[in-house]
Design a protein around this ligand. Structure first.
Ligand code: GDP
Ligand code: MG
Length: 292
C-alpha cells in the first residue's frame, strides 16, 4: 500500500482541550515556546508516525490564541489560514452547549475544502447518554466527515481519532524522518530558529520551500549538541545558503546558535548541513503556506 501523509490542524474554542489532545496523541507534554511573539505562519507542533502514514499537526495561530469569546473576523482569518491543510479536527466540549465561538468556527469551516472531523472532548465529564444528542446538534450544523467522542485527558477515543484521521489523508511523502519531531519539543524550536535565520540572511532568495530538519539533538553535560540540515530545492539555492567560502552558512549558524542558547538556557554546539531535497515541494499549496 502507498504511503499517506498530510497536514492537520486541531481547532476549537479556547479551553476545548486542543493542547491536551495533542499531548495525548504525541504521547508527551509538548509546550512549545514560539521564538517570535506571534508569527503569521503556521508552525509544526508535532509529528505522529503510524504504519504507512505520517500526520503533521500544525499550530494554527488565531483560533486558540484568543481569550474568551472569539470574534468572527479573527476566526475567519484563522480558518482561511488553514485552507491548505489536508484535514481539520474541530474539537468541542461534551459538557458545554454549542457556544458562540463554535458557531463562528463552524460557519467559517464552510470555506474549507478538506475533510473536517468533529471531536467531542471531555466525555468523561458527562453521562454517556447525553453524548448522542450533542452529536446530533453538531451534525445538523455541518457535514463532518466523522464524529468521535473522546476524552483527551483520559486518552479515550484518541487512538480512534488518529486512525480515522489517517484514513482521510491523501497519498504523500514522509515529510519528516521517523525520529524527528516526535519527542523533544526543543527540536522544533531549534529548527524554526535556523529556518528563520535562513530567511533573514538570504533575503527571500530562498523560498518557503526550505525546510530544516534536526538530525541530532543531544543534551550533554555542558552543552546541547545539535546537527541540522537545511533542505533546499535546487543546487543554486544550496550555493546561496552556503555562500562564498561558507560565509553565509556560518552567519546563519552563529545567529541561530545564539538564539537557541538563549531559549534553551544552555551552551549550544550547532552543526549545519545543506541538502538538495526535491520532495519538499511536492505539495505546493500546503508547503508554501506552512513554511515547508
Ligand atoms: P486548549 O485551550 O484547547 O488547548 O485546552 P487545554 O488542552 O489547555 O485544556 C483546557 C482544560 O480542559 C485543561 O484544564 C484540561 O485539563 C481540561 N481537559 C482537556 N481535555 C479534557 C478531557 O478530556 N476531560 C476533562 N475532564 N478535562 C479535559
Ligand atoms: Mg492550548
Amino acid at each position: 500500500m502507498s504511503f499517506r501523509s498530510g497536514f492537520v490542524s486541531i481547532i476549537g474554542r479556547p479551553n476545548a482541550g486542543k493542547s491536551t489532545l495533542l499531548n495525548s496523541i504525541l504521547g508527551e507534554k509538548i509546550s512549545i515556546v514560539s521564538p517570535k511573539p506571534q508569527t503569521t505562519r503556521n508552525v509544526v507542533r508535532g509529528v505522529k508516525n503510524l504504519d504507512g502514514c505520517q500526520i503533521v499537526f500544525l499550530d494554527t495561530p488565531g483560533i486558540h490564541k484568543g481569550k474568551g469569546l472569539l470574534n468572527e473576523f479573527m476566526v475567519k482569518q484563522a480558518v482561511s489560514s488553514i485552507r491548505d491543510v489536508d484535514a481539520v479536527v474541530l474539537l468541542v466540549e461534551a459538557d458545554r452547549t454549542v457556544s458562540e465561538d463554535d458557531l463562528y468556527i463552524i460557519k467559517a469551516l464552510e470555506r474549507l475544502k478538506c475533510p473536517v472531523l468533529l471531536g467531542i472532548n471531555k466525555v468523561d465529564r458527562v453521562d454517556k447518554r447525553l453524548i448522542l444528542p450533542i452529536i446530533d446538534r453538531y451534525t445538523k450544523m455541518y457535514a463532518f466527515k466523522d464524529v468521535i467522542p473522546l476524552s483527551a485527558l483520559k486518552g479515550e477515543g484518541v487512538e480512534l481519532l488518529v486512525n480515522t484521521l489517517s484514513a482521510l489523508l491523501p497519498e504523500g511523502p514522509k515529510y519528516f524522518p521517523d525520529d524527528v519531531l516526535t519527542d523533544v519539543p526543543e527540536r522544533f524550536i531549534a529548527a524554526e530558529i535556523v529556518r528563520e535565520k535562513v530567511f533573514i540572511f538570504t533575503r527571500e532568495e530562498i523560498p518557503y520551500s526550505v525546510a530544516v530538519t534536526i538530525d541530532r539533538f543531544e543534551e550533554k553535560k555542558e552543552v546541547i549538541s545539535i546537527a541540522a540540515t537545511i533542505n533546499v530545492e535546487r543546487d543554486s539555492q544550496k550555493g546561496i545558503v552556503i555562500g562564498k567560502g561558507g560565509a553565509m552558512l556560518k552567519k546563519i549558524g552563529t545567529a541561530a546558535r545564539e538564539d537557541i542558547e538563549k531559549l534553551l538556557a544552555s551552551k549550544v554546539f550547532l552543526e549545519l548541513f545543506v541538502r538538495v531535497q526535491k520532495e519538499w515541494t511536492k505539495k505546493p499549496g500546503a508547503l508554501k503556506e506552512f513554511g515547508y
